[in-house]
Design a protein around this ligand. Structure first.
Ligand code: ADP
Length: 411
């Protein structure tokens, strides 16, 4: 069962061709600079990496090129596009409409369109990706998997903002949360590692370029750090995370910024990049800190303290914590950040084993001391696999019916 997983952004797209049953990635890649010039980076297995610089005025040419690369004589991994059985799309915002993944139809597209004001940069590109696939591969079913869906189980007291209630009912102002596919995947893996413990209390720290933390009770999200938009919460690569809302009018007046400029400032110029003045890439900031750069050191301290603050507050909401999971670029690779976050929390029964933590390894692993009441895991995330599996599960009956219909026709 081959599923084509597509994550269409405003000027880029990521894709994977996955066997949804075995989780094997047949090919993957990234198209960047759509509408500017165009670069396709395509990978097959560990060793075969190809780069094409081809003019791609729109997403249509980009997706056409990806499909051609998958099937072209010299680069092919499949003989024909008809070998793709379904397409799974990552969609950023599903609002309150979508609590799970769904097969695409006109009504679904209309609802994703309605949600554009909540995700003006992402949902239009996601819709474009769906429509182009429908156009280029008319007989293949499309499924949408939402970043927000997993957090739809949050109770009202955790998703409402303390503002006049009519702004929730009339303007949909509330916390939605993002990275849901990752939080879902990682928490499910943790539940397996906890041997399906009943009433599990898990905290997932998704620490990448964008970062969020999620409290998962019995497999359901009960709170998460991102909000109406992905700006809220942790200190990220270029986003400030939580900040006094009073900062906004203050800066608008002092620096004569308009609302677009302030959004850009908080989303693209702040966070690790803004504080360190070095880079949004934590590796460079850690290196500078090791070389004695004070701002780099304070950036790391601020970032870890923010994670710790959320971790402790979520432990309180959950009434204890059975497992803390680290995932994504920083969570999976930085022993320094994991150690700093967990150190000092021994009073809560959280004891990290420094040796296990600093050991290079791959796959799921436990990094707590034997005496630790809370398990500490590193769990590599796999959002594409969740998208492929949801797509497979939703479309397999549909494909079965279609095949039988064709068989009947042949008979
Ligand atoms: P995205 O949110 O774009 O998917 P990733 O999950 O790939 O991001 O995480 C990217 C971030 O991971 C980079 O910005 C980099 O700072 C960080 N990172 C990767 N490896 C390491 C490492 N060994 N130490 C510290 N940070 C790392």
């Amino acid at each position: 069962m081959l599923v084509f997983v597509l994550n269409a952004g405003s000027s880029s797209l990521k894709y994977q061709l996955i066997n949804a049953k075995t989780a094997d990635v047949i090919a993957s890649g990234l198209v960047e600079r759509i509408g500017i010039d165009g670069i396709l980076k395509h990978e097959v297995g560990e060793n075969k990496k190809l780069t094409f610089e081809i003019n791609m005025p729109t997403h249509k040419e980009a997706i056409e090129l990806v499909l051609k690369t998958l099937t072209h004589d010299e680069t092919k991994v499949i003989n024909s596009i008809s070998e793709i059985q379904a397409i799974g799309h990552r969609v950023v915002h599903g609002g309150e409409y979508f609590k799970e993944s769904v097969i695409v139809n006109d009504e679904v597209i209309k609802k994703i369109e309605e949600l554009i004001p909540l995700a003006p940069l992402h949902n239009p590109a996601n819709i474009l990706g769906i429509k182009i696939c429908q156009d280029l591969m008319p007989n293949i079913p499309n499924v949408v998997v939402f970043d927000t869906a997993f957090h739809q189980t949050m109770p009202e007291e955790n998703f409402l903002y303390a503002v006049p209630h009519e702004d929730y009912t009339e303007h949909h102002l509330r916390k939605y949360g993002f990275h849901g596919t990752s939080h879902y995947f990682v928490s499910q893996e943790a539940i397996k590692l906890l041997e399906n413990k009943k009433n599990s209390r898990i905290i997932v720290c998704h620490l990448g370029n964008g970062s969020s933390i999620c409290a998962v009770k019995n497999g359901e999200s009960i709170n998460t750090s991102m909000g109406l938009t992905p700006l809220e919460g942790l200190i990220m690569g270029t986003r400030s995370g939580d900040i006094d809302a009073g900062v906004i009018p203050y800066l608008m007046e002092r620096k004569e910024m308009n609302s677009h400029q302030i959004v850009d400032y908080l989303n693209k110029k702040s966070g690790i990049l803004g504080v360190s003045g070095i880079s949004s890439d934590l590796r460079e900031v850690i290196k500078a800190s090791n070389d004695g750069d004070k701002r780099a050191t304070i950036t790391i301290e601020m970032m870890c303290n923010r994670i710790k603050k959320y971790l402790c507050s979520y432990a309180g909401l959950l009434g204890g914590v059975d497992a803390i999971c680290f995932t994504a670029g920083i969570g999976e690779n930085s022993d320094l950040i994991r150690e700093k976050v967990c150190t000092g929390l021994e009073f809560m029964g959280i004891e990290i084993d420094k040796e296990k933590n600093s050991k290079r390894a791959s796959g799921n692993r436990e990094i707590n001391k034997k005496t630790s009441k809370t398990k500490i895991y590193i769990i590599p995330t796999n959002e594409e696999f969740v998208i492929a599996r949801d797509t497979y599960n939703l479309t397999k009956d549909w494909l079965y019916l279609l095949q039988n219909e064709n068989l009947n026709k042949i008979e």
